[in-house]
Design a protein around this ligand. Sequence first.
Ligand SMILES: [Cu+2]
Length: 298
Amino acid sequence: MAIPSALVTLLLGMGLVLAGLWVGQNVQLLPLDASSNAPVYDSLFQVLFSIGTILFLGIVGLVVFSLVRFRRRPGDLADGAAIEGNLPLEIVWTAIPAIVVLFVGIYSYDIYERMGGMVALNDHSAMHHPAAVQQASNGSAGMADASPGGSGEPRVWAGIGSSDSSEGSLPVEVTAMQFAFIFHYPDGDITSGELHVPVNRPVELRMKANDVIHAFWVPQFRLKQDVIPGQPTVLSFTATRAGSYPIVCAELCGPYHGGMRSTVVVHEEEAFNQWFETNAPAKPKPATLASAGLTPTA
Ligand SMILES: [Cu+2]
């Protein structure tokens, strides 16, 4: 008894889809997820990985099958059969990729939007960003001149991850230069070569570049943002897992670009406060002021 080939094809197709879904769910290629943003990104990656697996197994499987099944037999010197075409087949193999590509495009857009990636460079609301207001009040002429709008008001590219930013976020000023990142905490006047942040609290990186374009990238956060001379950018995130993760410059910025790396240390709340206290410049203690006959006013 022969099994109809349509049934075999259907079963193989179903097996292929199940295998692809299984691989997407169970094969973990990405590094540890350490920010609130990471699961969003990872869900897209899982879908893309499933689709990629289905296509890879389907295409390679068909190629290998055809190599074996339709190989030239000994003594066969004839031409191959003249096949004109197959309209239903051509419709199917055009329609399926079209649907897949459309779906991936729309889904990717949705994910990028949720990560705050669609905030436009000249979005007006970005002008009222705290960092922009601060820049304006500082009278930073260099930044103001970079605005081609002619308003003289500096623009801040809120950019990716900005949907995370909120009132209670920890501001950190990031300066990128050949070939290092410098982190400055305006609240405690701390300057550091490493980024230290508390877990589960939004952090807002206000970034500027001194020389050429750099990019701030933490693979474990699934976030990357360009750092552009004359165009401040903002990157917001909430770390969700304590630990140390690499910060990588992801924009070829010169001969020592490959060495432009730092570390972000995500602390538990208490450990972060301790780090902050330890590293903040020593302030005169009230007792010292009192003994010097001064009244502590600050
Ligand atoms: Cu760089």
